[in-house]
Design a protein around this ligand. Structure first.
Ligand SMILES: CC(C)(COP(=O)(O)OP(=O)(O)OC[C@H]1O[C@@H](n2cnc3c(N)ncnc32)[C@H](O)[C@@H]1OP(=O)(O)O)[C@@H](O)C(=O)NCCC(=O)NCCS
Length: 287
């Protein structure tokens, strides 16, 4: 992949995931929509960052009419991460994805561990299992959060890039590898909250809807409080979606139950040579 491929790759991924969403979405939920221009810009910035740090992990497949698929992967310390991966709808199931994944996996050949957030596409799931990944089903929480359900949380503050060393150290304890320079991107895209106390530390990136999109902590109590601090920023009239929950992270299910949110299932956390991190909520691309 080259930097000038990024806009084409972005549209391909938007269309690929939209087609997947239309194929698999829950009927009583709002109909899936194509990625908005604002989210497309964030997606492109993220992909350029991955291309900067890991040019050898980012690949496109080309046919006679241009790009037909891509895979973006990065190495963080001794962890290989698949950030994004799609083949143009209509051309899937013909072996293009196999070649893209092989190229991306080759980039991670020096890594002990591997991690990726798998969609529910049976083709993707098949590819990951055949590549040796263990599939951990994920739950998700969905619903409006009533103000009255939110407890008072103390000693949680807004974070900054001065907290990167603390966050890297928490990530090494929970997922076995730091995010390093990814924090610059995450910090630009999301609100950061940090807890740093003698009884435990942790951090959470929160999206505009008040949903925790990446959370790590040294214990469940701190993780729970950070999740509540994130949800306190949600709009009581707008549903929040908290995805990527493995069975090992029941503490967030308990937060959702207390917030009267619905529990559903979606996708898998696919791992190699490691157990599901906890207490931890992984991001879909930065993991
Ligand atoms: C996942 C994806 C990138 C794989 O690319 P692809 O070109 O379709 O992959 P391949 O053709 O190499 O492999 C698909 C495998 O699933 C099989 N397959 C095809 N249709 C299938 C179906 N409906 N159900 C289950 N398996 C199916 C294929 O036979 C092949 O297996 P095989 O190599 O053992 O024969 C692509 O399907 C895609 O973009 N899906 C939508 C977006 C997505 O889910 N991305 C992954 C995000 S984690």
């Amino acid at each position: 992949m080259r930097a000038d491929d990024v806009p084409v790759v972005e549209r391909l991924s938007a269309e690929g995931f939209h087609e997947l969403d239309v194929r698999t979405y829950q009927r009583d939920w709002p109909e899936p929509s194509l990625r908005s221009p604002e989210r497309a810009r964030a997606w492109e910035a993220r992909t350029r960052h991955f291309l900067d740090t890991d040019p050898g992990g980012c690949w496109v497949a080309e046919g006679d009419d241009g790009i037909v698929g891509f895979a973006t992967s990065v190495n963080r310390e001794l962890m290989w991460i698949l950030a994004s991966y799609a083949v143009r709808p209509g051309l899937q199931g013909q072996g293009i994805g196999l070649q893209l994944l092989a190229a991306a996996l080759h980039h991670g050949r020096g890594c002990l561990r591997g991690m990726l957030a798998a969609s529910s596409d049976p083709k993707a799931v098949r590819r990951y299992r055949l590549a040796g990944f263990t599939l951990h089903p994920q739950m998700l929480l969905w619903g409006r959060v009533p103000r009255a359900a939110i407890p008072v949380v103390e000693q949680v503050r807004d974070g900054s890039l001065a907290d990167v060393d603390l966050m890297d150290s928490i990530d090494r304890q929970t997922r076995g590898a730091a995010h390093g320079s990814d924090h610059e991107l995450l910090f630009r895209e999301f609100r950061l909250l940090v807890a740093d106390r003698t009884t435990g530390s942790g951090y959470v990136y929160v999206n505009d809807a008040g949903s925790p999109v990446l959370l790590a902590a040294t214990n469940r109590r701190t993780a729970t409080e950070l999740a509540w601090a994130a949800l306190a920023g949600s709009d009581p009239d707008v549903p929040v979606d908290i995805g990527h929950i493995t069975a090992e992270n029941e503490w967030i299910i308990d937060v959702g139950i207390a917030a009267r949110m619905e529990v559903h299932q979606r996708g898998y956390l696919a791992l190699r040579q490691m157990k599901p991190p906890r207490p931890y909520l992984h991001h879909g691309s930065f993991l």
